[in-house]
Write a protein that binds this ligand. Structure first.
Ligand code: PMP
Length: 397
């Protein structure tokens, strides 16, 4: 039967019924190792008992109240995020794009509140991805997401990553902020060097700009720090997070210093479901796990192990794998064969990986992944690479 859903996703014909840790179980009982989990769902693994308990308990008490009343779980999650980061205040939304919308509006309002509404332009970086709303596709700058959707939202200027001359030239008296992902996820696991992030901070300070860090994909432990920008030693003025903080539940957050948020007063912004008690209970449960002693150390250790094994895999399959990229448990293989073919070959081995730009496949396992899961994943990648190699040989004959 044809699907009743809008065909905006190229869906593989597998339906999952259950998940346990790093594994998904399909209809029919087949088990898949989920190294795509970090893209959105279940950063802490499927059906994590602490998250299930928190959600179930909250579901039996209260699902929703309007943001016109206090939401104690949200006050608590906001306080914990603020205490763990550079930020003074938090705004809860329901997705990454929505958190970025808040960040963009906040940066513009910051200057407007100072009597400079003409300072609304935001400089972003080639290869960026900030979401699929009208403003965030303009921020991301990729034609394939913009074309056909009417006038592009004004006020975004894009420069090549790492080109500081182009960046300086793009900054005008109308510029409000720079917006960047510390590691480009959709763009192909491109790590922004820590020295470059430090230079961006200096430029923002010198030019009176706000620095917006999009940590929607990198945040909440994925790279072995709570947030990836921490590796560089700098702090942003505004930061968005989603994916990981919800552990698979729809939850986004925009965090900011009190100064950067000075324009956001009562009535300036809002969203009905932002900060709802169910999402807040899950977010708090996620932090219980991620902030527990030894958890980030586990991410760093297993990330390093996976990276070492991938380096050996690259040496075994130089015709297929060109480069290993990423940090922590946010790793990618830059390929010499089409990434969608490689992802399909991995899926045939019952390993899920996610294609990204620049002909990369992403490995974003749940952060609770074990050394045995890592070994199993690399065996399957080995088989997938071997199958692509024999396809190459077949084509050459
Ligand atoms: N920013 C980044 C860096 C992302 O990776 C994504 C999602 N891939 C988004 C924003 C958008 O998040 P969402 O799909 O939750 O709107």
């Amino acid at each position: 039967m044809t699907s009743a859903l809008l065909p905006t996703y190229a869906r593989a014909p597998i339906a999952f019924e259950r998940g346990e840790g790093a594994w998904l179980v399909a209809r029919g009982g087949e088990r898949y190792l989920d190294f795509g989990a970090g893209i959105a769902v279940n950063a802490l693994g499927h059906a994590h008992p602490h998250l299930v308990a928190a959600l179930t308990e909250q579901a039996g008490k209260l699902w929703h109240t309007s943001n016109l009343f206090e939401i104690p779980e949200g006050e608590r999650l906001g306080r914990r995020l603020v205490d763990a980061t550079f930020a003074d205040v938090a705004f809860f939304a329901n997705s990454g794009a929505e958190a970025n919308e808040a960040a963009i509006k906040m940066a513009r309002k910051y200057h407007a509140a100072d009597g400079h509404p003409e300072r609304f332009r935001i400089v972003t970086f080639e290869g960026a991805f900030h979401g699929r709303t009208l403003a965030t596709i303009a921020a991301g700058g990729q034609a394939k997401y913009i074309e056909g959707f009417g006038p592009k939202v004004e006020g975004f200027d894009q420069v090549p990553t790492g080109d500081f001359a182009a960046l300086e030239a793009a900054i005008t008296p109308e510029t409000a902020a720079l917006m960047i992902e510390p590691i480009q996820g959709e763009g192909g696991l491109r790590v922004i060097p820590h020295a470059d992030l430090r230079r961006l901070r200096e430029i923002c300070d010198a030019r009176g700009l706000l620095l917006i860090m999009d940590e929607v994909q990198t945040g909440v432990g994925r790279t072995g720090k709570l947030f990836a920008h921490e590796w560089s030693g700098i702090v942003p003025d505004i930061m968005s997070a989603a994916k990981g903080i919800g552990g698979g539940f729809p939850l986004g957050v925009c965090l900011a210093t009190r100064e950067a948020a000075r324009g956001m007063t009562a009535g300036t912004h809002g969203t009905t479901f932002g900060g709802n008690p169910l999402a807040m209970a899950v977010g708090n449960a996620v932090l219980d796990v991620v902030l527990a002693d030894g958890f980030l150390e586990h991410v760093r250790r297993t990330g390093l192990l996976l990276k070492q094994k991938l380096a050996a895999l690259k040496d075994r399959h130089p015709q297929v794998i060109e480069e290993i990229r990423g940090e922590g448990l946010m790793l990618g293989l830059k390929l010499r064969v089409p990434n969608t073919d490689f992802a399909a070959a991995a899926r045939a081995e019952h390993l899920l990986v996610i294609p990204a730009g620049d002909n990369v496949v992403r490995l974003l396992p749940p952060l609770i992944v074990t050394e045995a899961d890592v070994a199993a994943a690399v065996e399957r990648l080995d088989a997938a690479a071997a199958s692509r190699e024999s396809a190459l040989r077949g084509a050459a004959e």
